[in-house]
Design a protein around this ligand. Structure first.
Ligand SMILES: Cc1cc2nc3c(=O)[nH]c(=O)nc-3n(C[C@H](O)[C@H](O)[C@H](O)COP(=O)(O)O)c2cc1C
Length: 314
């Protein structure tokens, strides 16, 4: 099974990061992924600081391996979340929704690698000057908040624009996706949707079943008019979004519709009126599997894809 420079950068066995997912990637999933040789990441989203502290302690009880925390830069508790991460440093902080610039020196001083998620070359270039350790270039196939470029187009452009390692995210399910990401110049992958159906993921079974039943065109993009588009599974809530966007409802009203809706799905199991974020690879997710099995499946299939590549060229 192959290693890449990402393994050395993060002290992990396989070049696979489980993407931070608010209300989805809790201590149980993050620890299981790290124990299995990938990098598990707790999604702190807009959760209160006390929740993050509990999750950090629980993860540390479950694994001694490196793990990360995803920080959503629009969190109302951002300052407190960053203070906790300086008091109790983790191996890696990934960031979403903006520019972590002012927090970078202190995090790196604390020994934490800082890896922002970017969806454009311009943002990657701007952040390079802040001294980050790597980038996650995330295409719009992915679940959750998205940009407008595909992984196939975005990753090589970010790779060419920066001189630090790039990790590919969005639309990656198995070894084919991993090898394709490496071919685009990435040093590894970040995956979210497939890990939603890890056995250790604490979301309700109803949500996992909804993902497992989904077909290739069952995701949609909601909230485009608010400037914060989100890829999620079609349900009654997304139909309401569509109606409001078509009838020209002001963006603030549309934004209000989404308030608390991720938690409603991922904690309370409401798959009709909650936001069931999921990426386009949902259709490939066929069953619930332990995190270790998911990781070994990716790595085994990557090995066979690599060895077959030459035969495909006639
Ligand atoms: C349910 C869900 C919640 C997510 N929440 C976050 C988040 O809180 N912060 C973040 O940076 N990315 C978030 N993401 C994106 C993932 O971390 C990851 O980059 C993405 O899922 C990769 O694409 P994939 O879904 O095709 O595997 C979320 C994705 C999903 C599916």
């Amino acid at each position: 099974m192959f290693r890449t420079t990402l393994c050395d950068l993060l002290g992990i066995e396989y070049p696979i990061i489980q993407g931070g997912m608010a209300w989805v990637s809790t201590a149980e999933l993050a620890a299981a992924v790290s124990e299995s040789g990938g990098l598990g990441v707790i999604g702190s989203g807009a959760a209160p600081p006390g929740w993050l502290r509990e999750q950090l302690h629980k993860t540390r009880r479950l694994t001694k391996k490196p793990f990360g925390v995803n920080v959503m830069l629009l969190s109302p508790y951002l300052a407190e979340i960053m203070a906790i991460l300086l008091e109790e440093p983790v191996a890696v902080v990934t960031t979403g929704a903006g520019n972590p610039g002012k927090y970078i020196p202190a995090l790196r001083e604390a020994g934490t690698k800082v890896i922002p998620v970017v969806s454009s070359v311009a943002l990657a270039k701007r952040l390079t000057r802040s001294g980050v350790d790597a980038f996650i270039a995330e295409g719009m196939e992915s679940g959750g908040h998205i940009g407008d470029l595909t992984t196939m187009a975005l990753v090589p452009q970010v790779v060419d624009a920066v001189d630090i390692p790039v990790i590919a995210a969005g639309g990656i399910y198995d070894g084919r996706g991993l090898v394709a990401a490496l071919a685009l110049g990435a040093v590894g992958v970040q995956m979210g949707t497939r890990f939603m159906c890890a056995q250790e993921c604490t979301i309700p079974q109803k949500v996992k079943d909804f993902v497992i039943k989904a077909k290739d065109r069952d995701t949609t993009i909601s909230g485009t008019s608010t400037g914060h588009p989100v890829r999620c599974l079609r349900n009654k809530l997304t139909r309401k979004y569509d109606e409001m966007e078509k009838s020209g409802t002001p963006p603030e009203e549309i934004e209000n519709l989404g308030m608390g809706s991720l938690r409603l799905a991922m904690v309370e199991g409401d798959i009709e009126y909650g936001t069931v974020m999921a990426g386009q690879v949902c259709a490939m997710v066929k069953k619930v599997q332990p995190a270790r099995e998911i990781i070994l499946d990716i790595m085994n299939s990557a090995d066979s894809v690599l060895s077959c590549l030459n035969d495909q060229v006639v």
